[in-house]
Design a protein around this ligand. Structure first.
Ligand SMILES: NC(=O)c1ccc[n+]([C@@H]2O[C@H](COP(=O)([O-])OP(=O)(O)OC[C@H]3O[C@@H](n4cnc5c(N)ncnc54)[C@H](OP(=O)(O)O)[C@@H]3O)[C@@H](O)[C@H]2O)c1
Length: 433
């Protein structure tokens, strides 16, 4: 019976959780797999003695090279983050024929070709379940569970911080700045929250899911990314009064025109499952041509949920190395010679239903707006209730359009913003379909 030896690089939030899980659940893991999994080395530059981990059989080092150079280590776990040292660790491990496990979505999204090609060319395996959706096994679902389906689209709330802020704005009537501060105080947001609130973290995860779902490599920079920092309380209230919640969604679709991929705030029906995902939770809906709609829900981050995903990968790799001795499911679910490079459609070439919020000087100006939409040939399907949401001297008012080409809607709203009675730039929010 082979022992699977693990080296962990980085004993931060996820690294410490991973060591704790492997220690606490050692017997149940061995019962299930038939072999022991042991952390033999850990690299950290922080003090580690106070972590709730038994270090008696773990050699602690301040150099990741001690792990990479250790011929006894089978699986190198990269939990440092960033794309400098982290990339070196993964590429080096794979190059030496070891397996690598990572939670590093930023690295995979920006360097997918290099990292996945290294995985394909190595006798070792690459596990990256923890890079999307924390504890939700969405990578394994797409790679293995839906392996027979053509994935047509997916849509998800995959950033807990943004969802916490939007939930708090909606449920407790907080404005964006207060909700962000609360998220930071509760540990849901970093001191620099840019990646979370500007949609960048969601975008990293969308690229990873697109590559897996559509068996192709994409350029991160082609993805349309818009965050939630421009969402105001009046948008949430108006959307609610019209039967919708606002969520930050990461979405992709294999449409007739090409591959769509985008991250932006979106209106979702108040009674939909996505609308009811609250706080820091994540949910991902995948649509396959035979399975239809599926929905996965759970904690999208945090020490223990993310460690659960990391350890799932270590066990999977351990099973291949130990008993099966066979091949792992290819890193992006298809053989290397089937992996193509694809482009993402520019947002202008997509279409959607739109919520457009105006701030008016006078409620009679609504007629002029309605006429402009009529003249542009864009049907208005719903108008917000004015009285419910008026504020002094800036009357918030919203409309819902029919499904229309993005470039037509953008052109119209640009013209409308030049009208004298529009007191503030109008806000366009796409509706999830
Ligand atoms: N936290 C989550 O819930 C979560 C969820 C999903 C994915 N992830 C991903 O998981 C990865 C790790 O995230 P995390 O939250 O665990 O980060 P973290 O708490 O900051 O942990 C990273 C650790 O690596 C240490 N480190 C930095 N340079 C090192 C070096 N040269 N050698 C050894 N250790 C070094 C850091 O020390 P210093 O603090 O001194 O720099 C820190 O303790 C990231 O890629 C992140 O995106 C995290």
């Amino acid at each position: 019976m082979k022992t699977i030896n693990v080296g962990i690089c980085g004993l931060g939030t996820v690294g410490a959780g991973t060591a704790q899980l492997l220690e606490k659940n050692a017997s149940i893991i061995q019962k299930r797999t038939g072999f022991p999994i042991k952390v033999t080395k850990a690299a950290t530059i922080d003090p580690y003695e106070d972590l709730d981990i038994d270090f008696s059989e773990i050699t602690v080092t301040d150099s990741v090279d001690d792990i990479l150079n250790d011929s006894e280590i089978d699986v190198v776990v990269e939990l440092i983050g960033g794309d400098g040292l982290a990339k070196k660790i993964i590429l080096d491990a794979l190059d030496r024929g070891k397996s690598a496990v990572t939670a590093n979505k930023a690295l995979l999204a920006k360097h997918s070709e290099e990292v996945f090609t290294a995985a394909y060319n190595s006798p070792g395996f690459l596990g990256y379940e923890a890079s999307v959706g924390g504890g939700i096994p969405i990578i394994r679902s797409i790679k293995e569970g839906f392996a027979g389906d053509e994935i047509e689209s997916f849509s998800g709330i995959i950033n807990g911080t943004a969802n916490f802020i939007l939930s708090s704005m909606s449920n407790d009537n907080k404005d964006f700045a207060t909700a962000l501060k609360e998220a930071q105080e509760k540990g849901f947001a970093e001191a620099d929250p840019t990646f979370d609130i500007e949609g960048i973290d969601t975008a990293h995860k969308v690229i990873i899911l697109m590559e897996l779902a559509f068996n192709a490599l994409f350029e991160f920079d082609q993805l349309y990314v818009e965050g939630i920092s421009g969402i105001e309380s009046c948008d949430i209230k108006l959307a609610k009064s019209m039967g919708y919640a606002i969520k930050l969604l990461g979405m992709a679709r294999n449409s007739q025109k090409g591959f769509e991929g985008k991250v932006h705030p979106a209106l979702v029906k108040s009674d939909s499952m996505l609308a009811n995902v609250q706080g820091a939770f994540n949910a991902i809906s995948v649509y396959g041509n035979f399975v239809g709609h599926t929905m996965s829900y759970g904690a999208g981050a945090g020490s223990h949920p993310t460690a659960s995903a990391v350890v799932g990968d270590i066990i999977d790799i351990g099973r291949r190395l130990s008993s099966l001795g066979g091949e792992q499911v290819p890193a992006l679910s298809v053989p290397l010679d089937q992996l193509s490079k694809q482009t993402i459609l520019p947002i202008d070439e997509t279409e959607s239903q739109y919520f457009v919020r105006f701030k008016l000087a006078d409620e009679n100006d609504i007629q002029a707006i309605k006429k402009s939409f009529q003249a542009a040939g864009i049907a208005v399907q719903q108008l917000s209730d004015l009285k419910q949401s008026s504020e002094a001297a800036q009357i918030p008012f919203a409309i819902l359009t029919e499904i229309v080409a993005e470039h037509r809607l953008q052109a119209l709203v640009k013209d409308l913003n030049n009208l004298p009675f529009i007191t503030h730039p109008s806000k366009i929010i796409r509706v999830d379909s």
